[in-house]
Design a protein around this ligand. Sequence first.
Ligand code: NAD
Length: 480
Amino acid sequence: MLHIRNYINGTFHDPQTHEWIENINPATGEIFALVARSGAGDVDAAVAAATDAFPQWSGLTSKQRSDILLRVSKKIAEHFDELARAETDDNGKPLWLSKAIDIPRAEANLAFFATEILHTETAAHVTDNHVFNYTVRSPLGVVGCISPWNLPLYLFTWKIAPALAAGNCVVAKPSELTPLTSFLFSQLCIDAGLPPGVLNIVHGLGAECGDAIVKHRDIKAISFTGGTVTGRTIAATAAPMFKKLSLELGGKNPTIVFDDVDIHHTARHVARAAYTNQGEICLCGSRIFVAQNIYKEFRTALIEEIRRFVVGDPLDEPTKTGAIVSKAQMDKILSYIDLAIQEGGTVLTGGKRVMLKGRCSNGFFVEPTLIEGLDSKCRVNQEEIFGPVATLMPFSDDEEVIEAANSTSYGLAASVWCRDISRAHKVAHRLESGIVWVNCWLVRDLRTPFGGMKNSGVGREGGVEALRFFTEAKNVCVQF
Ligand code: NAD
């Protein structure tokens, strides 16, 4: 049985607790690895290694750090197939999706921040003829990065790449449900020549290992992506310690379709926005608002598109919907479908667990599900489900749809589908959302600010925002 061990100070270690967590392939229900169940002692060892490594790593030139991180990025490319298969076995997502999105993006994250640090500039303010100020940015020291299970290596590297590029040393924890690719990544870091202690990866449960990272007094900042409830717990622990916090949390994202669109083209993209990765992307559009006068026609087209999201073995080419990450997550999704019916909704398509034959007969699969007839204030339309479930609602004018779209406690992402571009701009400006896509979804430029408003998070990742988060600004004022 594969043992997923901690990567501390450049080598692999069993957890000091000697305890292990079972790692299940959600497509087959089989235990295929054991994951270190680390505790505070392992986190202490990781922080000590990171602290020792910090002076040398932060003392390298940007070019030297960039060269090493580019070598790590190249290692991801060299191990592309192995990593894609590992991501699929761990998470349940279709293999083609791991190959199309997860692993290329992990490679890009490293390359992007490795080169971004070569192109930054700093501010200078000329105060008067005899005084000027300039800003120096320094790394924070040892920082903690905690990531979720839905885009495992993608989101793990999205955090550690800017942290390392900016000159910090890192203690990172991937989700206990999907630790495999970050474990394989540890070896790639060794092979690429990343100095020992610069990156340390500890595995374990959130309430134990994750909590020990958040509480550690030598960790200066926490970059967290995960659920809003967890984010609140982390903020309550870290805020009184005056740690810098970046929180990327849940979403309940609106998709707004106006009546001037090409119905079939838009239905295809709206389905993609709702059901890609089994709906397990924080950016998925799970509340679909459609203009009243095209509602019926759009509904027919959307159902047709949703039925193309074939549920199947993640290793099979035609599969568009793989397994849900865990039995607990599948049960949660199914319970929300039951709730939707209790709240007066009608299931237009899907609605059930799927039992496959053969290798996947014990896997956790749910049909892509569309529900109509629900009020935008009901629980199903207010709470994050994080699965292949979306609701469909008609609207009659801009004011009504803006109010409904903004009616949740979340504010992560939205998409607006509209040919009238001036109307699209007006609506985009009024949506309470950190990201608004117009006539597209999940188009990403890594330089742009990424993050949510309201209960979807605090702070922004991406581009210069990430480098700002992982550095401290100092103003130097000079009179001459
Ligand atoms: P989660 O909050 O359960 O776990 C996320 C990570 O936090 C895991 O590594 C977990 O072990 C750790 N953790 C849990 N409790 C902790 C604690 N008390 N202290 C420290 N660490 C702790 O989230 P999840 O179920 O893994 O992921 C799904 C959630 O993530 C959804 O809500 C989704 O919307 C959100 N998400 C947000 C974004 C974004 O960019 N905003 C991206 C992806 C996922």
